[in-house]
Design a binder for this molecule. Structure first.
Ligand code: PEP
Ligand code: MG
Length: 597
């Protein structure tokens, strides 16, 4: 496996699933079935409608079959990624519009269906700039392909060529969730795609299956040949084609190092995140989709510190019913029990636009009808979610958290609605946890400043620094042109965090932090020093932060915090914390603390 005579070609993308593998490339180009798209005669209309109904029935059958296979090879949670496609097949709008085209525009079934699917996919992708939501376009297109292939009398199962007799690394323009699920997991050692985002279903599945995966590589296929030797690096997010001896040796040694490091970190899985002098921090995970739960628990999360509930709303054409939501929430609390799950009520608005709820486009949506504001403006929608959450609380350790709180008034309004729901459920004799904890996100500066008043109204706070930073520093979190100003070490941010933690503790409530900075080791060090009770982050970062916490003393972290508040610039603060942490590490190497590695 050498590419001695050729120069290696290195492509960089987005790392989505860690691991390094060396293997032969298999270039996946899903057989493009030629689908005849044509106009039909009046007399053919009924026949085309029947053909469409048959194809839809068969697509449903094959999806259910595929779903069953995934339940067997993984679990129910992973199999549920096919549910949006199954739901879409039942969507009356999709069918009505297709029939309309067949009847009124006299298009054949394939032409009508693919056009409507394309329309749906475009609308979906244009709803938001959120990469997760835009990624659902792949599901819709996957369904379009499946039904079209059936219409062309091609059996989708027989066009699958992802079974192998030797180990391969797959390279493709894009991979749909069904491609990923059908792939031969024994021989596929990694896969890389030109397109795709980090939160696409394929990426999530790759992570769950622990297959190294890199997406968003750009036009790598132009350089690739079948059978060519390649290195896939899911840590750095790169693929090396025709690696030379140097690249191969480097990859092997990096792989050995990473495996040893991960084995080492994995030993911490069952240990608690406790400082050397006994201060305990709960490490929880941020979750967007129920299918992430097994992965989250495998990384030693002690619960879910932030369950973003928006996705159950954004994945479908209409609003979910109470029963739809209850089924999801119940499954989640049951699988995480006895650990807690903090369900954040919908944070729609901002960059997550839902046409069923938001009719007017806003000029400044991040400052507009977002999250709790939207819920208070649509109490019916809010009540449906609260009923589902309270009912699910009977099955595990659920907590409820309100996002985007800017004043005590909003908390009182939200709690009043929750009290109404409690009364209704009691009257109906439906069980729920009467002691359920209610919390709020502190992610707007006014909430941090008034944290003492807010703390009297709730059981916990979770600091949302992703938004707190953008609102405090007036820096759009999604705008790369001001990315250098998006600064967690800004003194204003650190002061607001301290104010919030102190206010919570004075009132005797716990306080967590669920913004991205929870996974930043230097920030985590400061947060421990400030006395944070819980840190919630992407599951992959948990072992690393646990190791950090187990290697420091609360007393040292506190001392560092005392110093930084006298420093005036973010760069001074950052440099000071970095140096202080290095010195702790040096000290530890000299006199290691037993049981912390
Ligand atoms: C935050 O704002 O820090 C947060 C966790 O919420 P989101 O990223 O969903 O806005
Ligand atoms: Mg937020």
């Amino acid at each position: 496996m050498t590419g001695e005579s050729t120069t290696p070609s290195i492509w960089h993308g987005i790392p989505v699933s860690p691991g390094i593998q060396i293997g032969k490339l298999y270039i996946y180009d899903p057989a493009q079935t030629t689908i005849s798209r044509r106009f039909i005669r009046r007399g053919e209309i009924e026949q085309e409608k029947t053909r469409l109904a048959d194809a839809i029935a068969k697509a449903k059958e094959s999806l259910l079959d595929l779903r069953g296979k995934v339940v067997q090879s993984l679990d129910e949670a992973h199999a549920s990624i096919f549910d949006p496609q199954l739901m879409l097949l039942e969507d009356p709008l999709l069918l009505d519009r297709t029939y309309e085209r067949i009847e009124q525009q006299q298009q054949n079934a394939a032409m009508a269906f693919t056009s409507v699917v394309q329309q749906f996919a475009d609308q979906f992708a244009s709803l938001t700039t959120d990469s997760y939501i835009a990624g659902r376009k792949v599901d819709i297109m996957d369904l379009g392909k499946r039904v079209s292939q059936l219409l062309a009398s091609a059996d989708p199962e027989t066009t699958n060529s992802l079974q192998f007799t030797e180990d391969v690394i797959i390279l493709a323009s894009d991979m749909s969730p069904s491609d990923t699920a059908q792939m031969d997991h024994q021989h596929v050692k990694g896969f890389a795609t030109e397109l795709g985002g980090p939160t696409s279903h394929s990426a999530i599945l790759a992570k769950a299956l622990e297959i190294p995966c890199v997406v968003g590589l750009g036009r790598v296929l132009q350089d690739a040949r079948p059978g060519q030797v390649a290195i896939i690096d899911g840590y750095e997010g790169q693929i090396v084609l025709d690696p030379d001896q140097r690249e191969l040796a480097r990859a092997k040694s990096r792989r050995r190092r990473h495996l040893a490091y991960e084995r080492d970190l994995q030993k911490l899985r069952t240990l608690s995140a406790e400082t050397v002098d006994g201060f305990r921090v709960e490490l929880a995970a941020n979750v967007e989709l129920p299918i992430e739960i097994p992965h989250v628990l495998a990384h030693g999360a002690e619960g879910v510190g932030l369950f973003r509930t928006e996705f159950q709303y954004l994945e479908r054409a209409g609003l979910p019913t109470e029963e739809d939501l209850f089924i999801v929430y119940k499954k989640v609390v049951e699988s995480v029990a006895p650990h807690p799950v903090v369900f954040r009520t919908i944070d729609l608005g901002g960059d997550k636009f839902l046409s069923t709820l938001q009719t007017a486009r806003e000029v400044n949506p991040f400052m507009g009808l977002r999250a709790i504001r939207l819920c208070l403006a649509h109490p019916g929608v809010f009540k449906t979610q609260l009923r589902a959450l309270l009912r699910a609380s009977a099955f595990g350790n659920a907590r409820i958290m309100f996002p985007m709180i800017s004043s005590v008034r909003e908390v009182l309004q939200a709690k009043a609605i929750l009290d109404e729901i409690r009364d209704d459920l009691r009257r109906e004799g439906r069980p729920f946890n009467e002691e359920i904890q209610i919390g709020i996100m502190i992610e707007i500066p006014s909430a941090a400043v008034c944290a003492d008043s807010l703390a009297r109204e709730v059981d916990f706070f979770s600091i949302g620094t992703n938004d707190l930073i953008q609102y405090t520093l007036a820096v759009d979190r999604g705008n790369e042109q001001v990315a250098s100003l998006y600064d967690p070490f800004h003194p204003a941010i650190l002061r607001l965090i301290r104010t919030t933690i102190d206010a919570a503790h004075r009132q005797g409530i716990w306080v967590g932090l669920c913004g991205e900075i929870a996974a930043n080791p230097l920030c985590a060090l400061l947060l421990v020093g400030l006395g944070i009770n819980e840190l919630s982050m992407g599951a992959l970062a948990i072992p690393e932060i646990k190791r950090l916490i187990r290697g420091i003393r609360l007393a040292d972290a506190r001392r560092i915090c005392e110093e930084i508040y006298s420093l005036r610039t973010s760069s001074d603060i950052h440099a000071y914390v970095r140096e202080a942490y290095r010195s702790i590490q040096r000290q530890r190497r000299k006199s290691p603390v037993v049981g912390t590695s």
